[in-house]
Each structure stands twice: as structure tokens, then as C-alpha cells.
Design a binder for this molecule. Sequence first.
Ligand code: GTP
Ligand code: MG
Length: 618
Amino acid sequence: MSLLFKNLLKRGKINYFRTFLRPSITHCKCLSVRKFSDSRKKFVSFDEIQAQRRDEARRSLVVQVNSESSFSELYGYCSQYASINGIHHYKNFAEEHFMLIEFSSEDCMKDVLRSCCSHQKEHEVMALPSPFLWFRARSGKKMKLTVPSDKSLVVKNGNEVINEDKLRAELMTCSSVSEQIQLLYDRTVLNDIGVRLRYMVARQLEVVFNSLYSNIVVLPFGSSVNGFGRIGCDLDLVLTNELTEEMLDPGKRLVYQEKKCSSGVRPWQRHLELVAELLELRVAGAARVQRILHARVPIVKCAHELAGLDCDLCYGNLSGVHMSCLLRALGALDARARPLALAVRRWAAAARLTAPTPGRCVTNFPLTLMVLFFLQQRPGGGAVLPPVSALISRAGKEDIRIAEDNVNCTFLRDMNKLPPECYGQSQADLGTLLLQFFEFYAQFDFSEKAISVIEGKPIRKPNSLPLYIVNPLETALNVSRNVSYEECERLKTEVRNAAWQLEAGLEGEKSDDWGLIGLLENKASRGLKRLLRVGNSHRLVSVKDLFNDNGESDQEEGFKSKLQRLTKKTDSDVENGVNEMKASLEKDSSKINKNKKVNFKNSQVASEVFRIRRNKMI
Ligand code: GTP
Ligand code: MG
């Protein structure tokens, strides 16, 4: 148990904390702790889910429509040709409307393609094979299309990312930190339509590439499928050759002539060049293709405008898929693992510990391993998750997987075979776990110890890199080798701050940034708060008071002196604060959604203040 937590116990704060969290216990699904008498939860394996999703994608089409009210017409039109399981509505980045139609069988879907789909006249010669279509306006006489009264959209605007102000307002109404964490998870976790769309893009690429590579398979991996993704997360895809026993049958005497690539060590680099060309020329919706072919793992990046996704494509990296399988299995074992990991990922983004592009800071994948590792430490007295070694030692013949470069990815796939006493034994609720997570890493000996989810306990660091997180599938590798000394120091500082902030919030009345809200506020708004704080008190100057009655601010100098007067700060404090915020905003500006027009006030500082208020949370 961490020192901070021991202190809390000594000071009787744990009881207070429990009382504080209790109201949520009755309706927070994350708090159910598994008892031995409970009937066992049935786990569905990653392979089963993957097979089901791929099958779903083979039976589905995505159709661009005018609006969600096109449902009846589209349903009526398609159901004349095939039986429909359901229609899901979503919008892309450009606010265009789409409907993902799932048919009852692949034959049904093919019937629709044969019977009622055509190409655009001017592009006829270069016709594209694709499950992405659009719904042309009716020509000629009106046909009567009937839709059964019990049929409606399965989901409307299914991939909408919750508005930050709305999320904040909802978090304010929660009665405990646990409830906040669960709410954040429920509102932001990647949902069904998000997963369907990701498999649709994989299917589309498979269809296009199959015309050149007869046995290519395109598989999603990473946060799109490992259970730790949020709505809008990127889509990681791997292209791989599926070799069936039938294809390799030595008894068959007619053997295909192969086309060998003469480019030496990394032939797939050249194939990825072709893939990039195909994306540009032959994949409907693919745009802004970028080739990063000289990296250790060559990738092609693109945006998929019809699906509203950013994609990363690599070749042959099947260990990434097995890693997703491992993460998914661990996350499924206990209902608290995913909400906790999503809260930590979000806090880290707000604290600018993680960045969308890899550099010198930690990324979401190693951060997720840190959460899983913490949950293996018996927080609250019992193990929430087992060490990965428990899955490796229980693996059977059916679990053997050897990925590229002979990486051994063998571990138990069927979690139903894992004894229940190996996991889910802690009584701690989500709020307690989050606090303990911060305390655990606030005290962790990063200089001497490495994080190993295989062992489930800290091990000696094999080298002096600032942060060492053992890759669970390739134990000789450190998944955080890129993290610099400065970033590791920042991580240590931020976990300490977060523990302090969360603990301090348990005392007194709930402020407007209580619990998780304060942790999700991005740094820029923290800077703003410091600037607006009256002296050393907790009171903040209202932004409204800084402006004239007509909503306009004074000139910059006037604004600063007004701010200084209201906050009782020195000239240089205000000057430093404004400069700090300006620098922070410059860094942030690339993250601001280009589509959202911000209503700027006339002075620069005022507009910055306004922008921070609008973008209070990441
Ligand atoms: P977000 O995209 O940030 O939502 O998370 P993610 O888990 O998808 O991470 P990312 O896109 O960076 O990486 C995709 C997947 O690649 C991860 O989930 C891992 O399975 C794998 N991966 C990422 N980084 C490493 C690494 O350093 N080593 C290994 N072996 N695999 C990695
Ligand atoms: Mg990813």
C-alpha cells in the first residue's frame, strides 16, 4: 500500500472517501466485485469477436445519403432486393450523412450490389469495387416504398463525439469520482458503429488489394479493437498474407509462378509504395496519403473521408494484432480496467503527457500497460488483474501463435479457462483505484525498476533509459524507449499533482472542478485559472467582469491592468501569466478543430481567454 494511502488511512480519510463514494455504489456498474458464489461471466475470445466483425463487414454496405430522414427511402429501396438486419446512421468530418446497412447474409448484400447499384457515367471505364456507395435522387416516376412501422435507425449520429461542455455538465452532476469515471467511459468509449466502420474500411481495402494480391487480409488492431479506444480514435491496420493449408498442399503439382521482388532486404517497403498509390487512385474516401517507409515499421498514413477516420497501414505486423488480443483479454477480465484506463489516458492527454504523434513523450499504448500493471498490484487487498505469466503458463496447443520474426505470441486466449481467483478480487471502487494509481506511480522507483505486466511486479531495469516498460510479447524490448528524461520527470510530477488534486478535492464542498473534472482540464485552462485567481485564495475573477457591459474588452493594456486590479496580483505576475498562456495556446492551436468557428473578441488576450473557456477540456 502506498505511503499516501497509508496516511489517508491513519487520518481516517479513507472512511470519508468511502462515504463520499458510497452513493454511487448502487447504480455504478463498475463497482460490482466478483464473489466466488457469482455465476461465471462468459468471456468471448478476441478471435471470435474478430471473426464476427469481419463477417458483419462482408454483409454490410455504407451509403451516403442526404440526411437521417433518408432512412425510409433507403430502407424501402434496398429491402426490395434483400433482407436488412439494421441501418446505422453517422456523419463524417464534413458533416455529410451516411448509413451503414447490415444485410442478413453476404448473398443478400451481393444481390443488392448486382440488382440496384451502378457506377457514375463519367467514371464507368475506371469502375471501383467498393462497399462505399451513395444514394442517387429518384428519377422518373415515384415508386411506393413501404417501411414496416417497427423499423427505425439502430442509431442516429452514432459516432458523434460528446461536446466538452455537455460532458463537463454531466460530470458535475455525478455524486462520486467513481460515477464520474464510469460516465466518462460510457460517453466516450468506442461504440458499435465505430467498430463496424473500422471493419468496413478494412474490408474495402481488402476488396481493392485482392485484385492484385490473391490472399491478402487486412486486420484492424490497436485501440480500435483492444477495448481501450475512444470514439474517434485512429484506425491501425495490418496487411498480411493468409496462407491456408490448401494453398500450401505439397500434393498439388501445378504451382503458381511467383513474382519475386528484386529490391533486396525489405520488399514490403516497395509493396507499401504500391499500396499508397492504390489508396490515392483506387480507394474511395482515402485522402492525404503519407508514406513513412523508412521507419523501423514502415507505414502508410491516410484519412478516410467517407468513414471519418485517420488510418495507419503497415505490413505483416501480426504481433500488433496479438498484442491487441492480449490487451482486450486483460481489459475484459474486470469491469473496472477499461474505465480506469480511459480516465488515465484522458488525464494524460489533458496534462500533455501524451501526444498524438510519437516523439519524446509517452504514448497511449505504454500508458495502458502502466494501468494494467497497477491493477496487477493487488490494490484494495486483492488482484484486479492477473500477471500475463498466468496466461502464458495456462496456454494450450490451440493458443500457439508465432508472429513475424519468430515472436512468440502464445498465451491463453479463452479467459473462461482462467480460475476466477486470479482476478477481480479487489473491493476498491473506481475512484479509489484512480487515486491509488496516481499514488503508486508517485512513489514508483523509475530509476531502478522496470514495469513488467508479465511478472505483474517491478523488475530490475536492464539499462538506464528513463522509463522502462517491458514489451509483453518481446520481452527484450522496451515499449517506452523513446521517452526522454524530461518527459519521464514530467510524468512523475504530474502523477504527484494528480494525487494531490484528487485528494484535496475530497475535502470541503465540491468546487466547479471537483474530482475528475479538474484532472481533465487541459493545461492551458489551468494557466488561466492561476491567472484569474484572486491573490492566494480559491476565488476566481469572473471572465465577464473583465469585459465591458457590451461584451467587449478594453485594449490589451487596459485589460491587463484591470486583471491586475481584480486579482490583486503584481504587474509581473500578470505579465508572466499572460505570456505562459500565450505560449501554451500556440502549442495547442493545432489541436483546435478547424471546423469549429470561434467567436473572437476584439483584443488578442480576450480572444485567448475566450478560446480557453471553449476548449476547457481536451
Ligand atoms: P491510440 O491510437 O492512441 O488510441 O492507442 P493505440 O493503442 O492504438 O496505440 P498506437 O496507435 O500507438 O499503436 C497501435 C498498436 O500498436 C498498439 O495498441 C500496440 O498493440 C502496438 N504498439 C504500439 N507501440 C508499440 C511498441 O512500441 N511496441 C510494440 N511491440 N507494439 C506497439
Ligand atoms: Mg491507434
